[in-house]
Write a protein that binds this ligand. Structure first.
Ligand code: CO
Length: 504
């Protein structure tokens, strides 16, 4: 037993060191996307490659496997959700994935995707799918090899999904999405037929950037992001980087002629940041101090962006501050008109610009195409046709070009196949958690109307943030809400919001 304990302590010490290397890479990555001059790119790539190589070498060292085997033979792990059992379970998972992928495959993937991303950027600019197609084909072949090497069985797509959402399966997603799809299409159709159109143009007036920054920071701080332990900077593709305890970095981008972009973008990233700030610092660098999955992380960004930031209560409280900051744009505008404008629903081509109601349809389309590409039922060359046809079925529009269609996202060119479903999972988990929070802590909307976001944040911290990876996502939702993942809470949320707004 003494040996088992000492093996566990040594394993944890090593894993924490590897995580420290990872957070060094995190600082460099954040800098690369915010302040680094263009000329620094080549040197930065070398710095990052060195760190990633060091991490990989230490994470796949046979010693890790020996410690794991010794601990698993002992009785330290009797209780499956104890701190030690959770850490060992997740370290084992990461170790298996890392040693199963041959070095040659990892290197080839890095080479192929670096080139593919360059080609994709140009192909998107020229809306030239044919230029990107051979690269997509190569990536698909690599991803199939990767799935086979990981060897989780059929379908191959599960192995790719598991990289982003541990334990999630194609079968479960298909079950949830197929129920959601019909109801969403119906709701979006009813909204279109209602004939009501909020005046979205009022969000596209002049919104000076310096005031947008002040208002965005004010809102992020109000909902609970701690600026003494974090900051906000500008970037092209916004992200949140949790460097470590006491240091969480948000980024956003400003559009002087569109209020929603930076404001809701900032709340979205602040939601990710509030999760990171709520992790248990004592467990930093181990699974017990890390977020559950991309889907659960996204549930928090969507929670604070949409369930809080687009709620009626939030605008009852916050509209006056926004009107004060932009007296020219919002002179004479009523709170109710502003609330309707930030909640406008209309089918559109670009996923990242989609509203709360249509967003998941964009994801289901990608999920179906990715699966068919991986199992071989769909050839890369047929993607534009299938994309446009499915888009027309779900959203009633046909993309005018591939740039506005299948070339819009960076994910495939970077090898990120199986990533998209985590966005939809984020919306679904957010709705299910929010419904439970309302049951547990009372009338959230009334609390928001008074600027009080603490009860929700405290509930989330206790139930989710401080728990680290104690539960996998699909178990966490059962532990918190008593039920498996369902699309119904999301549909209830959307109907409760849009039926009165659109008179349906
Ligand atoms: Co996000």
């Amino acid at each position: 037993m003494a040996d088992v304990k000492s093996a566990y302590q040594q394993l944890i010490a090593e894993v924490k060191q590897i995580a420290l290397l990872g957070s060094c890479a995190g600082v460099l990555g954040w800098d690369e996307r915010t302040y680094m001059p263009k000329g620094g790119a080549a040197h930065r790539a070398e710095q990052l490659a060195l760190l990633v190589g060091m991490m990989h070498e230490r994470a796949t060292a046979p010693q890790i496997g020996e410690w794991l085997a010794e601990i698993e033979d002992g009785d330290l792990l009797a209780e499956p959700h104890s701190e030690a059992a959770v850490n060992v379970r997740e370290i084992r998972r990461g170790y298996e994935r890392a040693i199963k992928l041959p070095k040659s495959l990892v290197e080839e993937r890095a080479r192929v995707t670096t080139l593919a991303q360059q080609v994709w950027r140009e192909a998107r600019e020229k809306s030239d799918f044919a230029a990107f197609q051979p690269h997509l084909q190569k990536i698909l072949a690599l991803k199939r090899r990767e799935a086979a090497a990981l060897g989780t069985g059929a379908p191959a797509y599960d192995a790719l999904l598991d990289d982003y959402e541990p334990g999630e399966t194609t079968e479960n997603l298909t079950r949830v999405f197929s129920g959601l799809r019909g109801e969403l299409v119906e709701l979006v159709g009813a909204i279109a037929e209602s004939g009501k159109k909020p005046d979205e143009a009022l969000l596209r007036r002049e919104y000076p950037i310096d005031r947008q920054e002040a208002v965005g920071k004010l809102a992020a701080a109000q909902i609970g992001f701690d600026f003494d332990r974090g900051r906000l900077d500008i970037t092209t593709h916004p992200f949140c980087s949790g460097i470590g305890p006491g240091d969480t970095r948000l980024t956003t981008r400003y559009n002087p002629r569109f209020f929603s972009e930076a404001f809701f973008g900032t709340l979205h990233e602040a939601g990710h940041g509030i999760y990171d700030q709520g992790l248990n610092a004592a467990h930093c660098g181990t699974p017990m101090g890390e977020s559950v999955s991309l889907g659960i992380h996204e549930s928090q960004s969507r929670m604070w962006e949409n369930f809080v930031g687009r709620s009626q209560g939030f605008w009852t409280y916050f509209f006056i501050a926004v009107q004060d900051a932009f007296p020219d744009a919002l002179c004479g505008i009523l709170e109710g008109d502003f609330y309707a404008a930030v909640n406008a629903v209309a089918p559109s081509f670009i996923r990242v610009e989609a509203d709360e109601a249509t967003y998941n349809l964009h994801i289901m389309l990608r999920f179906e195409i990715e699966q068919a590409l991986i199992d071989g039922g769909l050839k890369a060359g047929d993607v534009p046709g299938v994309w446009n046809e499915t888009f027309e079925n779900y959203l009633g529009l046909t993309p005018p070009s591939d740039a506005m269609g299948c070339l819009q996202d960076i994910h495939w060119s970077g090898g990120g196949i199986g990533y998209f479903p985590t966005y939809a999972l984020g919306n679904l988990y957010a709705a299910q958690f929010f419904e439970q929070a309302r049951e547990d802590v009372g009338d959230l909307n009334a609390q928001f109307a008074e600027g009080n976001f603490e009860p929700l944040k405290n509930w989330l911290t206790k139930k989710i943030y401080s728990q680290g990876q104690r539960y996998r996502a699909s178990d966490l939702v059962k532990v918190i809400t008593g039920k498996p993942l369902s699309y119904e809470p999301l549909m209830r949320h959307l109907r409760a919001k849009y039926e009165p707004l659109y008179g349906i």
